[in-house]
Design a protein around this ligand. Structure first.
Ligand SMILES: [Zn+2]
Length: 390
């Protein structure tokens, strides 16, 4: 193994480049991916670029070693959350070293891990491997994991044998084996607008939206009364919350439109579909008929913003065993945040989260990572190299 300072320096050099690309999810990640591709090419590592449907972004997938053997996926997302409205001491898109830390957007979540993945790639490429390591880099994780499904489709199409996936979200290098799923919906209620002096001829979209919200809130209370994951998730039940609401156009008009967004955090797979079906039954049988009785053109439509899969704890699975062996961790925990791990797991790939940095830093102003976390991650990846070497 190279000296610790060399390892860490290689990571910091790469991280400096990665942070400088403004890959806030609303922007393209193609310039960052061009850098990644150039880096992989320079080290003779074959890779595939998987453009997003609109071509504005891309996933990149690379394989090092014999692809026909059971492989291990190292996975990271390349997008970051916005810095709008945050007050930063440092330039968020410039890596700034202060003492034992480096500051910059994405240092913890999760360009630090992506830098480690890239730093270990030439080490892997120089070895004779008996098992392959796959590098999976995605886009749009932060807006609901909308890029990674295409990456997983590609992996599935290749028919690769896979042992495990290690997702490097910040876990302070601890092993995380579970998180809730997260789905978000937008409901639009359309009634009949008119002057507020004539509520008898209008149909208020806001009032009907409030009735639907009342129903959803009661449903949420029912879910809370039936905890199904005590000791696994906090809180130990599926939650349902209403998080945005907009309606009406004038203070003296009956509102003809109202829309609201609601969020479901699911303790298990299939829960989101159950909640959605129960909601739809209420809309079809109660809410909509009540509006139609007064205005036949009234409507209630609901679309899905995103749906990120639950990561179900699978104690003792190949990914957990591997991560615990590599890190020396003697237990695994669950976390409140969502990740791409649920998608890998739903595709049948044993998965855990294990990455450098503290989740407490993610999405904050003056996001940083302790350099010792990057060093610890590189040590773990070096143990992985030894494990898969012939
Ligand atoms: Zn992340």
């Amino acid at each position: 193994m190279p000296a610790e300072s060399d390892l860490t320096q290689a990571v910091l050099t790469i991280l400096d480049r990665l942070v400088a690309f403004d890959t806030v999810s609303r922007h393209s990640n193609l310039p960052l991916m061009a850098y990644v591709r150039g880096y992989l090419t320079e080290h003779g590592i074959e890779h595939t670029v998987l453009p997003s449907p609109d071509g504005a972004k891309a996933n990149v997938f690379a394989t090092i070693g014999p692809a026909d053997q059971p492989g291990i996926i190292l996975s990271g997302h390349t997008d970051v959350v916005p810095v709008d409205g945050q007050i930063w001491t440092y330039d968020p898109f410039k890596l700034t070293r202060v003492g034992s830390r480096v500051y910059g957007r994405g240092t913890s979540d999760m360009k630090g891990y992506v830098a480690c993945m890239l730093a270990i790639a030439p080490v892997l490429a120089a070895r004779n491997l008996r098992q392959p390591i796959h590098l999976a880099l995605s886009y749009d994780e932060e807006i609901g994991c909308t890029g990674v499904p295409f990456l997983i489709d590609h992996i599935r199409d290749l028919g690769l044998p896979l042992e495990a996936a290690l997702i490097g979200e910040p876990s302070s290098m601890g092993v995380v084996n579970g998180h809730k799923g997260s789905a978000s919906f937008r409901t639009t209620v359309t009634g009949l607008s008119c002057h507020s002096s004539r509520p008898d001829i209008g149909v208020s979209a806001i009032l009907h939206a409030m009735e639907i919200i009342g129903h959803l809130t009661a449903y949420a209370a029912k879910l809370a009364a039936e905890p199904d994951s005590v000791g696994v998730f906090d809180p130990p039940y599926t939650t349902l919350t209403i998080n945005t609401m907009h309606g009406g156009t004038a203070q003296n008009a009956i509102p003809g439109d109202c829309r609201f967004e609601w969020d479901v955090r699911a303790t298990r797979r299939g829960r989101v579909e159950e909640v959605r079906a129960a909601y739809q039954e209420y809309v079809d049988k109660v809410a909509l008929p009540a509006m139609h009785a007064r205005f036949p053109d009234a409507s209630i439509t609901t679309s899905k913003n995103y749906d990120a899969a639950t990561m179900v704890p699978q104690p003792g699975c190949a990914a957990e065993s591997l991560a615990r062996a590599l890190t020396g961790a003697n237990s695994a925990t669950s976390v409140p945040y969502c990740s791409e791990a649920g998608f890998f797991q739903a595709a049948g790939i044993p998965s855990v989260i294990c990455g450098p940095g503290d989740i407490a830093q993610a999405h904050t102003a003056d996001e940083f990572i302790e350099i010792s976390q990057l060093t610890a991650c590189m040590q773990v990846l070096h143990r992985l190299v030894d494990r898969v070497s012939a």
